[in-house]
Design a protein around this ligand. Structure first.
Ligand SMILES: [Zn+2]
Length: 285
């Protein structure tokens, strides 16, 4: 039997799940239904390329007001950022379900695209966020200094930005908080070894700047008892409350308080539950 987490009064929000990933292609309806049973009230699907962002929008249209998404080009794919992408992303971002630009940022860990290509794609997406004024959904791995420099420069023109899947240390966390950015925490925090630095600094993140996410199908929470809630060796949004539980334990708070506060922060950040203008129009029949 899977051990249920303590029953909570509040529903949680997963601000980052890669539901257009091929590993969800066959049974997405069950994945969504398990998330609903696990008391997840909204999921923000991550857009990582033009194709994946387009697919994310199509998914949102299947689950209106439950799924929302971002539209962007991941740093790994930055080498493919071409002259048309700005306009294409602009069009995608005009869809009411799109609530942030990204995932964008810098990843010098694997350098699947060169640093120059990543910086170019990042600055283009920042320019789009400045033009349209949605928040930014950011990725950063082993590129803290450069990412911080770029964000410092543009921050006054940006509404809001979240460093999703933050895995850095206390100083890096404070550097981002000093720019008044939000921080997204994944199952990384459930890993006592790899997540040590994060476990030590999560208590310092103010509740109105902290959000939680699964980054499914990646980063299954290690604290999940067996048999795992999520199936097929992948992570799913239904494991989100293991992240909330670890955040609560590391910051000596109640899990219910963490869920309530991260959900409230996420609703404000992404405007969830708020109808965008276009959604207020009568439905086409
Ligand atoms: Zn990422």
């Amino acid at each position: 039997m899977t051990q249920p987490l303590a029953q909570t009064l509040h529903a949680s929000i997963d601000i980052g799940a890669n539901l257009t990933h091929a590993r969800f292609a066959k049974d997405l309806a069950q994945v969504i239904s398990r998330a609903q049973q696990a008391h997840i009230s909204h999921i923000v699907v991550t857009g990582t390329s033009i194709a994946e962002s387009t697919a994310a929008i199509a998914l949102c249209q299947q689950y209106p007001h439950y799924l929302y998404c971002t539209a962007g080009i991941h740093p790994h794919d930055a080498s493919q950022f071409d002259a048309h992408n700005y306009e294409q992303l602009k069009q995608l971002a005009s869809q009411p379900c799109v609530r942030a630009i990204g995932e964008t940022g810098l990843d010098f860990n694997r350098n699947f695209s060169s640093p120059q290509q990543q910086i170019h794609a990042f600055e283009q997406q920042i320019a789009l966020a400045i033009e349209l004024q949605p928040p930014l959904f950011l990725h950063e791995r082993d590129a803290h200094e450069k990412q911080l420099d770029i964000l410092k420069y543009y921050r006054p023109q940006l509404v809001n930005a979240v460093i999703h899947c933050f895995t850095g240390d206390k100083q890096q966390c404070f550097n981002y908080l000093d720019l008044d950015l939000h921080i997204g925490v994944t199952g990384w925090i459930c890993d006592e070894q790899r997540g040590q630095a994060l476990r030590e600094c999560v208590a310092a993140i103010p509740p109105h700047r902290l959000m939680i996410e699964t980054d499914a199908p990646y980063l299954s929470p290690k604290t999940q008892p067996k048999p795992k809630l999520a199936r097929k060796g992948r992570n799913e949004p239904c494991t989100l409350n293991y992240v909330a539980e670890a955040v609560a334990r590391c910051s000596q708070r109640e899990i219910d308080e963490v869920i309530q506060q991260t959900a409230a922060t996420s609703r404000l950040f992404f405007g969830l539950g708020l109808q965008a203008k276009a959604e207020a129009k009568p439905l086409r029949t």
